[in-house]
Design a protein around this ligand. Structure first.
Ligand code: SF4
Length: 427
């Protein structure tokens, strides 16, 4: 892995949003609200496909070059008195944060939208972010997408399947939202999405498809209809029969909870498996309904991905705000899927300072030891960190190991556990 030869400097944005480096201060990071000086080896070149965000109402914090002490930059050092803003990196897929962007929030600052905010600095002639590549798979790498090919292949399939509402919905996901999974569907490769549910039985604080509070906008609209088993099979079968490393996945960012459509999913899976036994049928889910999981596993579901912000109920429940189910149902779903001899991943929302806190690490180890999921997907939590910490009443006094040490310890303690970012092929 490439690391900077020297120490990256703090970057900030001026009032117009132009991003500048300030060599007098080193770049700093944040871990659950605590400022930290990253080590040089925490930094990697900002990967292609990442974005830089200017954070409104937030002042940048850097580190003293000698002492490492955290220092606030209150105004533009090159134009005194001019307001400035902090900067963060929104990492491209397959990269997991080690530290969040360091800033001090000013009064009446707006809530940050539903993205992840990784620490970033400048050294030599490029930006460096505190992160690591968590999956070698290139399925969502920016370099893999050619917009011209996407446009022509999508237009062709939309015309050919004009009566399939699910294909038309995925056309919007692909062309409007730029969803990588929808793009791969239209390009006929890797993992394709099968959204099915307009409704959900949770009220996640950071839900990306529905934000009832209005204080923060959802990043995509929810699907408004339940596709028929025939529409689903019409998308899935040709993809599973032809695509390389073929996976189809229920449970996407543009829907609620697919388990609430278990009857439709069961019929669709049976219909799919009648036509092809190639590829993997996966379900991304909040895993709230173990009985439905049992039915789907029997119908032919190959793998389950369980979304979790925490393995501690006291932090899980205030985030998911479950309606009619509990954390123990989620654990039971893992037990049922493993009991059926199937593959289980944890879609684990990573927030430095929370994920690597000693309590969270211990609780995760207990879950891994007792339920034996096969894989952890290291997904950055896409949410304003301060809003998140407040909404789960996180105890900031806890000690954190540091994400790099956390990763090393997990690998050491669970050598057979897969660590990655994406759903793998499981058959
Ligand atoms: S489980 Fe998914 S769809 Fe449901 S509220 Fe949470 S994030 Fe939203």
């Amino acid at each position: 892995m490439i690391h900077p030869a020297g120490y990256p400097s703090l970057v900030y944005a001026d009032a117009q949003g132009n991003i500048t480096d300030f060599p007098d201060l080193h770049a700093a990071g944040m871990s659950a609200g605590n400022f930290q000086r990253p080590s040089r080896t925490d930094f990697i070149p900002l990967p292609e496909g990442s974005e830089l965000f200017v954070l409104p109402g937030r002042l940048p914090v850097g580190c003293d070059r000698n002492s490492g002490e955290a220092l606030l930059l209150e105004d533009d050092p090159f134009t005194p008195g001019q307001t400035i803003q902090a900067v963060a990196a929104f990492m491209s897929p397959a990269h997991t944060a080690v530290l969040n962007s360091a800033y001090q929030t000013t009064e009446n600052a707006p809530r940050l939208p539903l993205f992840a905010y990784t620490a970033v600095g400048w050294y030599g002639d490029c930006f460096w972010a505190t992160a690591f590549r968590s999956d070698k798979d290139i399925r969502q790498d920016a370099s893999q997408f050619n917009q011209e090919a996407i446009n022509s292949r999508t237009a062709k399939k939309l015309k050919a399947k004009k009566n399939n509402r699910l294909v038309q919905h995925l056309g919007k996901c692909c062309l409007t939202y730029g969803c990588p999974a929808a793009r791969n569907y239209f390009l006929g490769r890797w993992e394709a999405p099968l959204p099915t549910s307009p409704v959900c039985n949770a009220r996640c604080v950071g839900c990306i498809s529905l934000q009832a509070s209005g204080k923060c906008s959802a990043t995509q609209d929810r699907i408004r209809f339940v596709p028929t088993p025939a529409e689903i099979s019409d998308v899935a079968v040709p993809h599973l029969q032809q695509a390389k490393q073929a996976i189809v996945s229920f449970g996407q960012g543009c829907e609620g909870e697919p388990l609430l459509q278990a009857d439709t999913l069961e019929k669709a899976i049976i219909a799919i498996r009648k036509k092809t036994d190639r590829g993997t049928i996966n379900l991304n889910s909040n895993a709230s309904l173990p009985k439905a999981i049992k039915r789907l596993a029997a119908a032919g579901l190959d793998s389950l991905r369980v979304s979790l912000n925490s393995t501690q109920e006291r932090y899980y429940s205030p985030y998911y705000r479950p309606q009619g189910f509990s954390f123990s149902d989620v654990l039971e779903s893992i037990r049922v899927m493993k009991g059926a001899g199937k593959f289980v991943s944890l879609n684990y929302f990573i927030l430095p300072g929370v994920t690597d806190s000693t309590e969270e690490f211990d609780a995760l180890c207990t879950l891994l030891t007792t339920l034996k999921p096969d894989r952890i997907q290291l997904r950055n939590l896409n949410m304003d960190p301060e809003w998140y910490l407040h909404s789960i009443s996180f105890e900031s006094s806890v000690v954190s190991m540091g994400m790099k040490k956390w990763l090393k310890q997990i690998k050491h303690d669970f050598p057979d556990l897969q660590l990655g970012y994406y759903n793998p092929e499981t058959r």
